[in-house]
Design a binder for this molecule. Structure first.
Ligand code: ZN
Length: 424
């Protein structure tokens, strides 16, 4: 969705929402009657109402408890067995954080697991509805725009997964499906890692198929890049800037190293550059933050840069080795230049998904998901199918104009149902 399209509508939508009156413009333009009140379109649909309710509850990472309680109660009211998997217990400084795990009756280890995350990135942006009308054509509820933080990432997936599961169970009450809604995906994947290490993720795996919900614009995703982070540190010696030879500039030392690292994606692997893959393209690097020095007239004694890499091929350790060599080659073993990869060293390699269900377009994406945090035991001998699918566009997720249409949200329910039935 184009940002200007959405926000061109905002003023009109606000005036519609602020008033109990039918908007004059809509009434004049419709042959078949006035535009319905937008909030009534939402209120008349259990799916859209549930989506509104969970979006209206702020759940920026680390503050997932209230929305978690809401979803837990909703699922329990649908006669599902619901478990609260506590990830971080309540303390003086921190609110309780928990994953929600739901299944049918006593079927705690179902064949098909559907999962998404309930945290969002900051800041919280309130829920709002925006009329689709721009050109005087008839009101089409499919085009009604729902905006606000999490409307796409990933509360659209959460809502669509739940309603796809409930509709599946209405037709087939014994369908062997389970639901997992986890915390912390947007920061460190703590919720999925907790689940992965718990007694719900057995060895060998009990799931035959796992469906991850993230914004894919209703396409099946064949793969996404992995990622890793590191910090480059440079230490020097402070001095008066009029007498720079009395000091050692940490910034002057770090610049050529950063410049070389920046070029690694464009250097061939055999020449020490980053690996690339046919399916995911080039590994890329982003120098996201640099800092150093204290004033213009002081030779800087310290500088650092934090850098992230999106990995198209190979493991995080492969990338670390390339970076170590690249830094050594430029700094020529300078003891004042250091690489910090963190303890423990983290990162994930690229993730590949199954795309063997007909009727979907297939794409690759550049963002990471919880999939890397869920370790599937014995994956080589006993393959568990993994799918990545969901409503909404990553191009507006995390942005100020995050929004989805009613049509896409409703279509996702059908998409998840097709994936469930193909998996059962
Ligand atoms: Zn997400």
């Amino acid at each position: 969705m184009k940002p200007d399209y959405l926000f061109g509508l905002a003023a009109l939508a606000r005036s519609v929402l602020a008033s109990d009156q039918q908007p004059l413009r809509a009434a004049q333009l419709h042959e078949t009657g006035p535009e319905p009140r937008l909030d009534q379109v939402i209120a008349s649909s259990p799916l859209l109402s549930f989506h509104r309710d969970i979006v209206e509850i702020a759940s920026v990472t680390e503050n997932e408890k209230t929305v978690g309680d809401f979803i837990l109660e909703f699922l329990a009211a649908q006669n599902l067995t619901v478990e609260k998997q506590i990830v971080t217990p309540e303390t003086k400084d921190q609110k309780e954080r928990f994953n929600i795990y739901a299944y049918v009756g006593k079927n705690r280890y179902p064949d098909v697991l559907l999962t998404s995350h309930i945290d969002t990135v900051p800041p919280f942006i309130p829920y709002s509805l925006h009329s689709p009308q721009t050109d005087g054509s008839l009101f089409d509820r499919n085009d009604l725009v729902i905006a606000g933080r999490g409307t796409v990432d990933a509360k659209a997936s959460v809502a669509a997964i739940i309603f796809a599961a409930l509709e599946t169970l209405r037709d087939n009450p014994d369908a062997s499906i389970g639901l997992l809604f986890d915390v912390g995906e947007e920061r460190d994947g703590v919720g999925m890692k907790h689940f992965s290490n718990s007694d719900l993720n057995l060895k060998p795996p009990t799931y035959r198929s796992i469906i991850f919900g993230e914004p894919t614009e209703l396409n099946l995703v064949a793969g996404h890049k992995g990622s890793m982070k590191f910090t480059l540190v440079s230490r020097g010696k402070a001095a008066h800037s009029g007498y720079p030879w009395l000091g050692e500039s940490a910034i002057s030392a770090i610049l050529p190293v950063l410049s070389h690292l920046d070029s690694l994606p464009n250097i061939l692997p055999q020449d020490g550059g980053f690996p690339r893959s046919e399916r995911l393209g080039q590994s890329t690097l982003n120098i996201g933050q640099i800092s150093g020095g204290v004033a213009a007239n002081v030779v800087p004694a310290y500088a650092e840069a934090t850098i992230s890499v999106r990995i198209a091929e190979g493991s995080p350790e492969d990338i670390r080795e390339i970076i170590r060599k690249a830094v050594d080659s430029v700094s020529e073993g300078d003891q004042n230049i250091d690489l910090e990869f963190g303890h423990p060293q983290t990162g994930t390699g690229p993730q590949y998904f199954d795309v063997d269900v007909d009727g979907f377009d297939v794409i690759t994406v550049n963002y990471g998901t919880d999939a890397a945090s869920l370790h599937i035991h014995n994956q080589s001998s006993q393959k568990v199918q993994r799918y990545l699918y969901g409503p909404g566009s990553i191009h507006v997720a995390h942005a100020d104009n995050e929004a989805i249409t009613v049509g896409e949200l409703e279509e996702a329910v059908q998409g998840y149902k097709r994936l469930i039935s193909a998996s059962l």
